[in-house]
Design a protein around this ligand. Structure first.
Ligand SMILES: Cc1cc2nc3c(=O)[nH]c(=O)nc-3n(C[C@H](O)[C@H](O)[C@H](O)COP(=O)(O)OP(=O)(O)OC[C@H]3O[C@@H](n4cnc5c(N)ncnc54)[C@H](O)[C@@H]3O)c2cc1C
Length: 320
């Protein structure tokens, strides 16, 4: 394992982490980005983005490529495909270990995002990859002329349901409430798509499968009636679970597990910041994630100037 010393270590290379890296490097910090996967984060896995300022329509992966190309101009150190194993944020020098490297950092920006929540019903876990999927872009093409269901009522659920109609012959959209919380413009588009069949006031109770998914049992929340739908795939989009398990004993989390921050992205530990979907933000979008990343990096830079041996002087003297 190699030891590496940085002023600012950024955990996660999605929109928040990439933006933090850009602002940290341009502030003169010796920074590094670590990600368990390729840089880009969640947007690499969905189709179009229509609400990122400056692009009326852009593929998620194309936007992520542009982000990465931008930070590459600044020769920022990247450690892709390195999953974080151990982390100590409490000591003055923070340590973060992957299988390959041990990082010593004066400040840390956590930008590890969130993942789709599971339904927690019978048949879900054991059929992941056999008809249960959390990524329409990754798996949609396997459902050509098949029947699938999307579970959820927010923007992600509705957008993914519409995306799946490119392949599937029927897409059931199952939502536990009467009305959707998704943006009105998305709801209007959904209603014009005749491959989508909307079932409201219903919750999934069991995914049925022999060797792969064959059906979904749903329960009406008004009259408790149970109905079985024959289908080939189930795509749950019922909200997010933050990637904060490794921080529970070190950072203050809100009741849903998101990291609590100030509006300057500071956590309860000095020198440790959180940005993007992983924090207690009112809006989880690409545009807010990149904004958070920028604020966190500037705050980290100010913090480093205040610590005795730190800041930009350390940047000049440290080589890794
Ligand atoms: C289906 C769907 C559709 C969406 N559509 C839109 C849209 O149209 N417009 C919009 O603005 N937003 C959209 N969003 C939301 C948007 O994707 C997020 O708000 C944004 O990606 C948050 O950026 P982030 O950097 O905080 O997190 P992420 O993009 O999730 O990036 C987190 C990064 O951390 C890494 N990571 C996680 N755990 C570890 C670990 N243990 N070790 C190392 N690395 C780790 C991950 O690999 C990932 O690269 C959508 C989300 C979904 C799920």
């Amino acid at each position: 394992m190699q030891e590496r010393y940085v002023d600012c270590l950024i955990l996660g290379a999605g929109p928040a982490g990439l933006s933090a890296a850009l602002y940290a490097k341009r502030s003169g910090l010796n920074c590094a980005l670590v990600d368990k996967s390729a840089p880009g984060g969640t947007p690499s896995n969905y189709t179009e983005i229509e609400n990122y300022l400056g692009f009326s329509k852009i593929q998620g992966c194309e936007l992520c490529d542009k982000f990465e190309q931008h930070i590459d101009e600044f020769k920022i150190q990247k450690y892709p495909f390195e999953e974080i194993q151990n982390i100590d944020l409490i000591s003055d020098t923070k340590t973060v270990e992957t299988l390959e490297n041990k990082f010593f950092a004066k400040s840390v920006i956590i930008a590890m995002g969130a993942q789709n929540k599971k339904l927690g019903i019978k048949g879900e876990e054991e059929n992941i990859g056999k008809g249960v999927s959390y990524c329409a872009v990754c798996d949609g093409a396997f459902y050509k002329d098949k029947i699938v269901a999307v579970i959820g009522g927010g923007n992600s659920a509705l957008e993914e349901a519409m995306y799946l109609t490119k392949f599937a012959k029927t897409v059931y959209l199952i939502h536990r409430r009467e009305s959707f919380r998704a943006d009105k413009i998305i709801q209007q588009r959904l209603k014009q798509n005749d491959k989508i069949k909307i079932i409201t006031n219903s919750v999934p109770v069991e995914i049925m499968a022999a060797t792969r998914v064959e059906g979904l049992k749903i329960q009406n929340t008004v009259n408790d009636e149970i109905q079985t739908i024959e289908l080939d795939g189930v795509f749950p989009y019922i909200g997010l679970k933050p990637n904060t398990e490794m921080f529970v004993h070190q950072l203050k989390l809100d009741k849903y597990g998101f990291i609590e921050t100030s509006c300057n992205m500071e956590t309860n530990i000095k020198g440790v910041y959180a940005a993007g979907d992983i924090r207690n933000t009112p809006l989880r979008q690409v545009i807010t994630a990149v904004s958070d990343g920028a604020v966190a990096a500037i705050e980290a830079s100010k913090y480093l100037e205040t610590i005795n041996d730190g800041g930009k002087k350390a940047y000049e003297s440290v080589s890794i």
